[in-house]
Design a protein around this ligand. Sequence first.
Ligand SMILES: Cc1cc2nc3c(=O)[nH]c(=O)nc-3n(C[C@H](O)[C@H](O)[C@H](O)COP(=O)(O)O)c2cc1C
Length: 127
Amino acid sequence: MHENQLFDILHSSRIHNEALNISGVLLYADSTFIQLLEGRDAIIDALYKRIQADERHNNIITLLNENIVEKSFEQWLMGFAVTDATKTQKLIGYLQSINELDLDNKATDAILAIKAFIQSSGLDIQN
Ligand SMILES: Cc1cc2nc3c(=O)[nH]c(=O)nc-3n(C[C@H](O)[C@H](O)[C@H](O)COP(=O)(O)O)c2cc1C
């Protein structure tokens, strides 16, 4: 995906997610995104429908949809990391280090999926 497209996605995510009280993480590596979204049920459902209809990606799989007691990424409107970052590093929400996500003490199934993606994509090394 072209950096400008990533930029646009992050830009609209930041605006909408703030307005809708949604937090989450978006990681990109080897032409694949993994995204975790946190927020009110109906709001997440509506956003997910919008994301699914987005033609900038395809082969979308829902890994998990679960109720949570508290958010894990409250401080991230959309924490973001890519393996080959250049321009994207200037984007708000860009993670200088994957450690910023503070995943060590978090172990929900959704976060385990995020961790597996990070390890298999090398995001833990390159960031
Ligand atoms: C992988 C991926 C993740 C996205 N995540 C979000 C998101 O978290 N929040 C959001 O508002 N839009 C997200 N989008 C963009 C939406 O699909 C949609 O284009 C956007 O919300 C429309 O906003 P706009 O009308 O302001 O351009 C994502 C798109 C892609 C391809």
